[in-house]
Design a binder for this molecule. Sequence first.
Ligand SMILES: [Zn+2]
Length: 288
Amino acid sequence: MIELEAVTSRTIACTSGIKRSGNFGGIALQTFVIAIDATSSLDLSRQFRKQLEETFNLPVKYLFLTHTHSDHRNGLQAFKDVPLVASKNCIQNMPKKLSSTDFIINSFQKSTTIEDGLSTVEFHWFGGHTIGSSGAYFPDDRTLFSGDLIFHRFNFSIPFLTFYQNKSFDNMSKKTGNPEEYIVAFENILNMDIDVIVPGHGPIIKNPKEFIQQQLVFINSVKVATLEVVRNNESMEDICLNDLKLVQLAYVRCDEEGKKAQSWKKWLDKYLDDLKQAFYTYYMALNV
Ligand SMILES: [Zn+2]
C-alpha cells in the first residue's frame, strides 16, 4: 500500500519518496480525478492509480505531468488510456524513446483549465527548474502542486536549476534551468491564494507565503552574487553563497548527521557548485 496523505478534503499526495519517486497525488472533482505525476516506476504508478480511484470512488480522467524527469514520469504507461496534460515545453522535451504518439496529449503554452461541475483546476507553466516545469492549482481548496520548482527539506529546500533535459530546442545547450523564470514563478505564486503547497519532493508546505518568500530571497541573492562576479570578470568559484540563510541552515543540518556529516557536506558543496554554474552560465550568456 502506498501512503497517500489527505492534503485537503479533495486533494491527496504521497510525499514519502517511495522508490526514489518524486511526490505524486491527485485532485478529485465532482465526477473524476486528475492524477498528478506518474511516479518513478510502472508498478508504483499502477498501484497509485488504483488507490487514487478507490479513495475517491471516481475514475482518473487525466494525468498531469509537472515535468519530464524520470522520478515523476517513469510510470506514464499506467495512464496511457487517459489524456496527458502537460506544458508544450514539457512534451517537446520528452525523451526520444517515449514516443508521444503513444499518448493522448492535451498540451498548453502558458496555462489551461479543466472544469467539472462548479470546480476548475488551473495548470500554469513556470519553467525555472526545467524548461517544461508547470504546476496544478486547485482554487476550491487553495492547493498548489508545484512539481520540482519547489523542494521541501529534500535537497535542503534549496531550489535547483536543471542542467540537462533529454533534448533541447536548439540541440546546443542542454542546460534548461532558468533563474529569471524561477523569480517570475515565485512572484506569481506569492500572488496566488494558496493555503498549502505539495512540493516536488518532501512534505507538504503549510506556510506557503513565508516559504516562497524565503525561496525568492534566496534566488534573488544568488542572482545578485552572480551578477557581481560576472561584471567584475571573476570566475564562478568567486560566487559566495555562504551568507545565505538557506545555505547556512543546510550546513547546520549536515552537522546534525553525526558520522555522515562529512559526506553530506561534500554532497552539499557539489550541489551549490552546480547551482553556481547554472547561474554563472546563464548570466554570462546574457552579456550583462
Ligand atoms: Zn523530482
